[in-house]
Design a protein around this ligand. Structure first.
Ligand code: SAH
Length: 378
């Protein structure tokens, strides 16, 4: 059955109009989904029962089933494995930052997936090693965020009588990063439709600036994204200061050169008024030499960019190693000395394999059921 969130808001309005329903119905329904986290039409008590029944015949608003959930960092990081049917599953990670005295986080970032597997085959990435299965639909992307927007397990009891308000909740989601499994710009339509739902007032209403799309560097996709009239952040995964090494690490980079990517970044900054980040996974003695830092700084000179260094997360597979912290810091210092802005990404969830490129790897090795021990919620 069709998921309601695979339609845009305008399409929902049009569908309801064709049923002879008043215009405001679309808003009532999406309010239930995005403000109260409804997962079936039956709870929508302000809709006539006949309409609820008709909606339930035509659409679903079900949440994906959770196969397992794991916690790390004292509960500040949670990874969920979501079932998409037919043996497909994706992982979504929630990270809470800067809790106040009562434990309410100042910022909550959800890292979401856009594909089952990935076709880009980056040598150091666990998802890349699995190959590509399929694109996610818009609803499959949006419901990952909704999963982590609903009141946390502990709070559920208090809200059992009232409808929860996802937007007012003290631990509501504030930021989204498209840095889970898959290449978002290779699933362009699904990604954009999801971003519309996540940001529009009739959807989750998140700030556009709180959203970041990370791409392996699909130039045409970057160009298209820069013309959507969105103010979202862009990360381009560079990983090398020269084309030869980059093609070695990203075999599908093919004819795309670093120069083209830097130009695409420049255009993105111009059109969207947002800074671009270059992601750089640091691999011991592969791309972490001081002269490579200097070369990288030269390549990106003159544009409003920022380098985010990600010390390699050893994943099953090739013979790559994570550099020592001393080498990481030396690379960062070299970049800064050459005038480039550089930070080192803080890792979360390492012990539950929720770090970059590790998503779903455990599952690949065993069956889903036995892969991840279920955390029993109190
Ligand atoms: N396809 C998108 C999103 C992928 S994941 C992209 O390529 O940007 C987000 C980031 O994690 C990318 O920069 C990716 O290259 C990086 N990454 C993947 N596996 C990693 C690993 N094992 N260690 C460090 N970074 C990794």
């Amino acid at each position: 059955m069709r998921h309601l969130l695979d339609l845009s808001f305008e399409e929902i309005e049009a569908e309801l109009a064709s049923w002879g329903e008043p215009r405001y119905r679309a808003k009532q329904i999406t309010e239930w989904v995005f403000r109260h986290g409804a997962t079936d039409f039956e709870v929508m008590t302000n809709l006539p029962p006949a309409l609820r029944a008709r909606l339930a015949e035509a659409f679903t608003i079900a949440a994906p089933e959770v196969l397992a959930e794991r916690h790390a960092d004292d509960g500040a990081t949670t990874k969920a494995l979501l079932d998409l049917g037919n043996g497909d599953a994706v992982e979504t990670v929630r990270m809470d930052y800067d809790p106040d005295e009562d434990g309410a986080p100042d910022r909550v970032t959800v890292c979401i997936s856009t594909q089952v597997g990935c076709a880009m085959a980056c040598r150091f990435c666990a998802t890349g090693l699995q190959g590509f299965t399929r694109n996610l639909s818009a609803s499959e992307i949006v419901t990952q965020v909704l999963y982590f927007s609903r009141p946390s397990r502990g709070e559920r009891e208090d809200t059992s009588h009232a409808q929860p308000d996802l937007r007012a909740s003290r631990d509501r989601v504030t930021n989204i990063v498209f840095m889970g499994m898959g290449e978002p710009l290779a699933n362009y339509n699904g990604t954009i439709a999801a971003i519309r739902w996540l940001t529009r007032p009739e959807g989750l209403g998140l700030r556009q600036r709180g959203i970041t799309v990370s791409t392996v560097g699909l130039v045409r996709g970057i160009d298209r994204l820069s013309q959507e009239g969105l103010q979202i952040g862009l990360t381009i995964s560079l990983h090398a200061p020269d084309d030869e090494l980059r093609r070695n690490l990203i075999p599908t980079a093919g004819g795309t050169t670093i120069e083209e990517l830097v130009n695409a970044a420049r255009l993105y900054i111009e059109r969207c008024g947002r800074r671009v980040t270059f992601a750089y996974a640091l691999l011991d003695h592969v791309n972490d030499e001081p002269e490579q830092a200097r070369a990288l700084a030269r390549r990106i000179r003159g544009i409003q960019a920022h380098v985010n260094l990600i010390p390699y997360n050893p994943t099953a597979g090739p013979d790559l190693r994570r550099p020592s912290l001393a080498r990481v810091r030396a690379f960062q210092r070299e970049l800064q000395a050459a005038g480039a802005n550089a930070t080192v990404r803080i890792e979360r969830g390492v012990e539950i394999a929720a770090a970059c490129g590790q998503l779903r790897t455990d599952v690949q090795r065993a069956t889903i059921a036995e892969a991840i021990p279920l955390t029993v919620q109190p």
